[in-house]
Design a protein around this ligand. Structure first.
Ligand code: ADE
Length: 261
């Protein structure tokens, strides 16, 4: 009997689940978040697999038994600031999955945290799920499409070993939070808020690549301080915590299969 397309796909997936993870794609939106990891793992810039003319940057290297590819969407070509947000995140995720066929995606970065849900500045979270909070479409079923809820790849052993906090991540294209965003974030039951996670999750799901989300809290959204000020004040220090957590995640992943995470 000839196997069906679905059976062949299942066979490929179970094969990937049962061999050690070898290729990791780390997606990071800001240069300040990316460069400490580039330096720590002695990654080198390699642009040949990306389209010509885009600002996206790929850094590659080997750490233990892992091939590491770190993708940063780079600086906006006309304004010179980091290309943060969901549009750039989706594009680099798509292009780098196509070029690199990674076994696992790690979306690492900073996030706002809600103290009412137990977040403090400097905490590092492993997100259990991602959803959008600024895609409101009040028509049946389109409403759920807008929210775009996706689960992170389940990694209970990683969570236990690293002692990270766990919570839901809500994503939107603004650093601030409008009253409508706030209502959606509450409905998403989110503990942390970023500008890329749900977009990375969407593309990873589309192309069937497992993804995890490591987010370090730079600012308290339901606190007293203005978000932009608190974010900039804490960015460097919190990036060090993020850097340490990503290293611990890579150390844990090294030599393991997806099914052992
Ligand atoms: N990244 C860091 N802090 C954030 C916030 N408050 N909202 C969205 N993204 C963030």
């Amino acid at each position: 009997m000839t196997p069906s397309g679905d059976q062949l796909e299942d066979a490929v997936v179970s094969h990937i689940e049962d061999r050690p993870i070898s290729s990791i794609l780390i997606i990071i939106a800001m240069q300040a978040e990316a460069l400490p990891l580039v330096n720590k793992f002695q990654l080198t810039e390699e642009l040949s697999m990306l389209p010509k003319g885009v600002p996206w940057v790929c850094y590659r290297g080997i750490y233990k038994n892992l091939n590491i590819n770190l993708i940063w969407p780079g600086k906006d070509l006309s304004l010179g600031v980091d290309s943060v947000g969901t549009v750039s995140a989706s594009l680099v995720t798509y292009a780098s999955i196509q070029a690199l066929k990674p076994d696992l995606i790690i979306n690492a970065g900073t996030a706002g945290g809600f103290k009412a849900k137990g977040a403090s500045v400097g905490d590092v979270f492993l997100a259990s799920a991602c959803a959008f909070h600024d895609r409101r479409i009040p028509i049946p079923v389109f409403d759920m499409y807008g929210i775009g809820l996706r689960q992170a790849f389940s990694s209970p052993n990683l969570l236990k070993e690293l002692n990270l906090k766990v919570g839901k991540l809500s994503t939107g294209d603004s650093l601030d939070m409008s009253p409508q965003d706030e209502a959606s974030i509450v409905a998403n039951d989110a503990t942390i808020k970023d500008m890329e996670g749900a977009a990375v999750a969407y593309v990873a799901d589309l192309l069937k690549v497992p993804a995890i989300f490591v987010k370090a809290v730079t600012d308290i959204v339901d606190g007293e301080k203005p978000t932009a000020e608190e974010f900039l004040q804490n960015l460097v220090a919190v990036t060090a915590a993020l850097d340490q957590a990503v290293t611990q995640v890579l150390d844990f992943i090294n030599g393991k299969c997806l099914s052992q995470l």
